[in-house]
Ligand binder design. Structure first.
Ligand SMILES: [Zn+2]
Length: 340
């Protein structure tokens, strides 16, 4: 019994974070969202080099494919390996056969030079024809002038900005900083602490597992009038699992909620990466209906066609050796963890 759907879209991912699993415990236990950034992610991203980024992206792309996700919207940061990083990510995903839209998350955390190089990496990638957006880490780590530069660069290339907004209480000034700059093609990740009534345009990217893991609260995205799409924020790209979690999280605050709402958030991904609609995923289950999927664990893709090419057959990738990617990623993870 099989059924097909278009390729699923992960609308917010960090491909660089796949090597984080199993990393050594941080020197101090983080007790706040800012603490989690300081102790985990900002130590990890500073230790990345281009080899680590390459194998991290390949592992993440492979794992996406194995879950029926054919398109990833990536948000990247590697302050000590900025130049060329977006091309490394694009090539890694192309090798596996997964679609990717990437962006470098600019920030003032690393001084004027780091900010300038982040802007330049977005510009270089876009001007070479890369499928990208302009990335901003978050308003609370950027000067107003850097935010405006990034917005202008996006305008220049006719693409949107991909930015974290009000993920934790540290970023509640974001609506003021971004007022008048956002457009419909912007992607606003998280919005947990964004007031229901706000002036920001763009698609809100809901990442329920990450929000739970960081103890930042529930975004309750059904309250917004903006379109909503589902992401993972770097914890894999298993979009059926994200859908199931988004559904029960909504249900936890509204017992009348139905799976169709969370499923519509998954479908918004096809507005962001329209080509994924033409990808064909054959699943191990029939019917692929939100009410069935919400209560059926273990549904997996059997076969996947992306752009007419069969990239997964009998649950295994056709273009790459999955064992080799896992082994090489493991080697890079050991190097990375030794630097932390
Ligand atoms: Zn994120």
């Amino acid at each position: 019994m099989t059924a097909t759907t278009p390729g699923l879209v992960c609308a917010h991912h960090h491909l660089y974070s796949s090597l984080a699993r199993g990393m050594p415990a941080p020197p101090e236990t983080a007790t706040t969202f800012q603490g989690i950034l300081d102790q985990v992610w900002w130590r990890l991203d500073a230790a990345l080099d281009l080899d680590m980024i390459e194998w991290s992206a390949k592992l993440a792309a492979l794992e996406a494919l194995e879950c029926g996700t054919t398109a990833i919207i990536d948000h990247h940061e590697s302050p000590n390996a900025i130049e060329g990083s977006l091309s490394v990510i694009a090539r890694a995903c192309a090798e596996v056969g997964v679609r990717v839209i990437t962006a470098y998350g600019v920030t003032d955390r690393h001084g004027d030079d780091g900010a300038r190089r982040g802007i330049e990496e977005n510009r270089r990638f876009l001007s070479e024809g890369g499928r990208g957006m302009v990335g901003i880490h978050a308003a609370f780590t950027c000067s107003q002038s850097l935010i405006e530069q990034a917005a202008a660069l996006a305008e220049e290339f006719g693409v949107g900005v991909h930015i974290h907004v009000c993920e934790g209480p540290e970023d509640t000034d974001a609506p003021q900083a971004l007022d008048g700059l956002t457009r419909d093609d912007w992607l606003l990740a998280h919005c947990v602490h964004l007031p229901t009534e706000h002036s920001l345009a763009g698609t809100i990217l809901h990442n329920p597992r990450s929000n739970l893991n960081n103890a930042v609260g529930y975004a309750d995205p059904a309250r917004f009038s903006n379109p909503v799409a589902l992401g993972t924020d770097g914890i894999g790209a298993h979009m059926l699992e994200s859908f199931r979690l988004a559904y029960v999280m909504q249900r936890s605050v509204d017992v009348t909620a139905v799976p169709d709402t969370a499923w519509s958030w998954l479908e918004t991904g096809w507005d962001l990466v329209p080509e994924a609609r033409n990808d064909v995923v054959t699943w191990s289950y029939d019917p692929m209906d939100p009410w069935h999927i919400a209560f059926t664990p273990g549904i997996m893709p059997v076969e996947i066609e992306i752009d007419g090419e069969r990239v997964l057959a009998d649950g295994a990738p056709t273009r790459v050796d999955a064992n080799e990617i896992r082994a090489k990623a493991r080697e890079q993870a050991i190097r990375l963890h030794a630097r932390l």
